[in-house]
Design a protein. Sequence first.
Length: 425
Amino acid sequence: MHKYPFQHINGLKLLTLCGWLLPLAVQAGLVEDSHLSLEMRNFYMNRDYRDAGLADTPRIKGQSKAKAEDWGQGFMLRFESGFSDGPVGFGLDALGLLGIKLDSGDGTSGTGALPRNPRTGETADEFSFLGLTGKARIAQTQLMVGTHSPLMPVLIRNDTRLLPQTFEGAQLLSKDIEGLTLTAGQFRSTRLRDSTNYEDMKMFADGATGGVESDRFNFGGITYAVSPKLTGTYFYAQLEDNYRQHYLGLLHALPLTESLKLRSELRYFDSDDDGRTTVDNRNLGAMFTLSYGGHALGASYQRQTGDTGQPFIAGGADPFVFNTQTYHHFLRADEDSWQTRYDYDFAALGIPGLTLMARYVRGDDFEIRRQDAHEWERDVDIAYVIQSGPLKNLILRWRNVAYRGSRTTDIDENRLIVNYVLKFW
């Protein structure tokens, strides 16, 4: 059941967490191998709807049809304990999140960065969350129960706004065999990036019907490093009563010369219905990236077949496909898409810390309201990491997005992000 995320929670919760983490670690004898850090993120986002008359984004009463704009300050306190002695080691991790609104004008909320009242559009002045994860270890096998931030081919938490998305459940991870990683688990709920509460998970799949809220996301996978240059991965996932999904991936790195390298990657998803849904999708994608010095030039192609688009968990989770970009997923039913990407590290010109990324994606061969349609997105990222002085390792990033499509919403978007991680130990 969806829970209304608009809450005002005292920011002192985050400071209180700092107060009890260290004594807890000392009392349990777990301070050895533990880590404590505080990530501070200043996030500004402006989304300009260039064709508001065709907007396919849900709007609410009093909400501007011309733009969405938010500015906030986020704090992410992360504690990772070591393990107790003995054949079975125990530990405890903690994640404290605090988001503070700096500005969100009347009628211009809705970027996904700050919680808002779904009736009035009013945003919360602050919101916070505390997640705990208990863990147990035998040799190189760990069981983790509680709060998770998954990075798997079948589920990637979203971290593209002020605070990251989290999931609640259990996960088993084993690396006892060299080169082999085994993963299995079940998530029972998710907390969205602009929320303080957990809720059931929902499916998004373009053209599919019959989806329901679910409190069971089951998954299992195996990753094997055949050699230092070749890795294969298989995963299975099920969002109960919504969809079942198989994933196969291959990653190969080939040094052509001392400074010229080729990276090749294949990803294949096979998704079918579960329960009363109509999910039916196959997605095959390939990407090749040639790098030389500070330059990297990549190209990808993604081919979908079936009656629907590829399913994934709605509400911000990122599909692990090549052509899902900053704004759009490019996973409409029958949509084929291609991408060109260029990266440059200015360290090659004697400016370490400065990087550039530019990419263009186009999707075709799909329909919107039974009319042939197409769409494209262009993203540009410029980032700089301060190299010395009192602000060393402070990251400054400007992210610019343009999206255009036939029978869709055209948008221009800018994001300004300042990020700094303070490591206590």
